[in-house]
Design a protein around this ligand. Structure first.
Ligand code: NAP
Length: 425
């Protein structure tokens, strides 16, 4: 009974596909935002797997909503468009490994553009997948048996090596494309080159946005990619172009860049941003009635940063060879700023203490306008520095030694232990 129904549905799907082929070569089969019909999807999948359909060359027409099966042939043939007419490709079958925060986020775009999404993860996301028209596989072997066209590695940076080494490569087609979305690039590229069979296509990518920054769309957001190993003039090349076009269709700014270059830029930009966000999060900043635009930006940055896992942040540090240098730069820069502030403060303070120059607006300056020296009985501990207790861990706050003739001032400071310490530490 069930198989008769399935056969009927498959026949209907086949007829609908062929009708589409003759009726409108450039017309969309799938409406924008609609999930593919599961029966026709299953049928299409089985045709693709059995090698009945040839995926053909992508032309300038958007891939989105134009999934038309135009030619019958073996999927292992080189992919060559036969003439100048627009020839469209069937939807890709994309397997996502690691279906957490980011895996779910990008799967929405894959679905939106009518591709078939399969997912597997350490945790069970079967309920989520059921609601979003995605096939969930509780183990990686089952997903690989489905032989997706593209495998997208979306696991945490820290777990990726274990995850990739656990993939049963022999179950995949020999021209499978592996893509990753890790926020570091040299590491997955080297891992892929080391672990994956030579026929597999490799494209390392980094969408420079996430569920927060990309929640209102991806238009104008950078998408970095490096086609590390894609066989020329083959179906693999066509599928790779089709995969990348998903991001292009979403409006991303496509940036082709080597993995080394990416890591250098990312350490100086993304890693610094995350680090500042993490530091700010320790200040427990709160909105005030008088927020400046700049402060609003900081609050937003803090929120965006902490919504990512600490594993992600640690991965940015641990797996990017340029990150340590950036942490050191940041440290030096903070030290420089503190020195500038407190260096100037020291100058004023020293003038006041040593040369007896009164501060403007203080009672001593008012009462001694004709003299630069404060009367001895008005001598006070400088009032504008925080207590020594608060400053004890901050090296820039260490005060320089006083000249010996100002012993009196030193004694004064010692008699006020909670005030500014004038003794270097
Ligand atoms: P993440 O914490 O970096 O990674 C979470 C994913 O890793 C989940 O799928 C999780 O599986 C899996 N995972 C963690 N530990 C694992 C382990 N020991 N074994 C197997 N799987 C493990 O958070 P994310 O934001 O989802 O990022 C995923 C990837 O996307 C990362 O490589 C990240 O660099 C990249 N990326 C993220 C963003 C972003 O804005 N979030 C942007 C661009 C790229 P379960 O959920 O099943 O536990």
């Amino acid at each position: 009974m069930a198989s008769a129904a399935a056969a009927g549905a498959a026949a209907a799907a086949a007829s609908s596909l062929l009708t589409c082929h003759y009726k409108a070569q450039t017309q969309a089969i799938l409406p924008h935002n609609s999930a593919p019909n599961s029966t026709s999807t299953a049928f299409t999948n089985s045709c693709i797997r059995s090698g009945k359909f040839k995926k053909v060359k992508l032309q300038s027409v958007p891939v989105k909503r134009t999934h038309i099966l135009n030619q019958l042939c073996s999927s292992s043939d080189p992919c060559v468009g036969s003439d100048s007419t627009t020839i469209e490709s069937p939807p890709l079958r994309i397997g996502i490994i690691g279906f957490g925060n980011f895996g779910q986020f990008i799967s929405k775009a894959f679905k939106r553009q009518g591709h078939i999404v399969l997912a597997t993860s350490r945790s069970d996301y079967s309920d989520y997948c059921q609601h979003h028209g995605i096939e969930f596989y509780s183990n990686i072997d089952a997903l690989c048996e489905e032989q997706p066209d593209v495998i997208v590695v979306c696991s945490s940076i820290l777990s990726t090596e274990t995850v990739v080494r656990g993939i049963p490569m022999h179950k995949l087609r020999s021209d499978t494309i592996f893509a990753d979305v890790l926020s570091v690039k040299q590491f997955p590229r080297n891992l892929f080159l080391e672990v994956l069979p030579p026929g597999f296509g490799l494209v390392c990518t980094h969408p420079m946005f996430g569920p927060e920054s990309g929640k209102h769309g991806w238009a104008g957001l950078p998408f970095v990619h490096d086609k590390v190993r894609i066989a020329k003039d083959t179906v693999q090349e066509q599928r790779c172009a089709q995969f990348l076009s998903i991001f292009e269709q979403e409006g991303c700014t496509m940036v082709e860049m080597s993995c080394e270059e990416h890591d250098r830029h990312a350490a100086g930009s993304q890693f610094i941003t995350h680090t500042i966000g993490r530091i700010l999060s320790h200040l427990n900043l709160e909105s005030t009635p008088i927020n400046t635009k700049g402060y609003e930006t900081l609050l937003q940055l803090t929120e965006n940063t902490v919504s990512d896992s600490f594993d992600l942040y640690y991965g940015l540090f641990m797996y990017n060879v340029n990150a340590t240098e950036q942490i050191e730069n940041l440290d030096r820069a903070f030290e420089t700023v503190k020195q500038k502030l407190f260096g100037r403060l020291h100058d004023i303070l020293r003038k006041q203490i040593v040369e007896r120059v009164p501060l403007q607006g203080t009672s001593s300056s008012a009462s001694s306008s004709s003299s630069t020296k404060a009367p001895r009985d008005q001598k006070q501990t400088p009032y504008f520095l925080p207590s020594s207790q608060k400053m004890k861990d901050l090296s820039s706050f260490a005060m320089p030694p006083l000249p010996r003739e100002n012993k009196e001032d030193v004694n004064l400071a010692a008699s006020h232990p909670n005030e500014t310490s004038l003794v270097p530490r």
